[in-house]
Design a protein around this ligand. Sequence first.
Ligand code: NAI
Length: 396
Amino acid sequence: MAAQDEHDLIIIGAGPGGYVAAIRAAQLGMNVACVEREPALGGTCLRVGCIPSKALLESSELFSVAKPAERRVLARRGREGETSDFGAHGIRLAGVTLDLGAMLGRKNEIVERLTKGVDGLFRKHKITRYVGHGRISGPGAVIVETGKETVALKARRILIATGSAPANLPGVRLDGDRIGTSTEALGYPDVPDHLVIIGAGYIGLELGSVWCRLGAKVTVVEYLDRILSGMDVEIAAEAKRMLERQGLDFHLGRRVMGAQVEGHHCIVECEGAEPIRCDRVLVAVGRIPVTTNLGLETVGITLDEQGRISVDEHFGTSATGIYAIGDVIRGPMLAHKASEEGIACVETLAGGYGHVHYEAIPSVVYTYPEIASVGKTEEELREAKIDYRKGIFPFL
Ligand code: NAI
């Protein structure tokens, strides 16, 4: 085992929590190391989350706008169903067709550009990077398994920013292809004929919109009797109507009991209803904190009932000198919340003042239209018996 230099701060995880904290800590004069097992920096958000989904949301939105425009031109000429050929008039209006490979390629390029950008920022700020699985081995000690060797690191402080991973349901057999999570749904090699999405949350609605716009029949099965749990009830009901008009089909109040691949199809079993036959399944039922094989037991850190690391108001865990931020602790699993916590945590460590205003964390679902919210919902205010005034303005 190779012994390494001692750092002021070792950060485990280079997602929007960890990489932002690393850069801020370096700016504040700390000697920082960051351990990340993926070759690309940026975590779920940059590699397989926010960024690639937003790239596909924009592309698929353009596709869905372009298609009817062409149809309108052809209809006016009485040539419905044909491909336009105005070339003879000097108008190069080719038929609007989908080049899925190019669309996915653009998304991959954006991801590569941004993750390399984080690489550049790490170099600029002289952050030492370790590629491998990081595990705490005692107070101030981290072990990195690179696959080739085991490296022992020492630090005055350790920051856990290991994020979250997709949750699964009992009875659902993920096969990494037909039955998968958002990771697979960001790169299906062809447009599914029929995609069943389990869970009408952020991921289900965003990726459901993408594949519906690209031509898939999309069925969303949700356990609750509403979509977007936690969001304002009226807004969620309006969003459902608009998404239905775009082609999404909702089966609410239906619990999924299992899903498996059978031949060339998938079968999704629902409680009290006929099984659904489809060709792909996206499981989007929430995310769980990543804490396995982190060596938490070596420093006496325990998890709460939801599997999260408990922290105090300055992100300190029950172990002295060990901190945690982002999806692995309480609060909404949002990239910008993790970044804000990372900055607040290291600014406090540097002797300054760090603070996150949890009442003012915005969230956006990037459907069409986009749905943005901040602060408490009407239902939460009512439950807390807080007086409020309500205003409604039709943007149409
Ligand atoms: P979610 O928690 O938003 O929604 C999951 C849904 O699955 C819930 O409505 C739940 O009732 C339903 N469900 C659970 N078990 C079920 C069952 N057996 N049968 C049918 N339905 C069931 O989780 P989601 O969409 O997976 O997103 C995970 C996290 O990622 C969220 O915390 C979200 O904040 C974050 N995210 C944020 C985005 C953004 O900011 N634009 C985009 C995508 C994800």
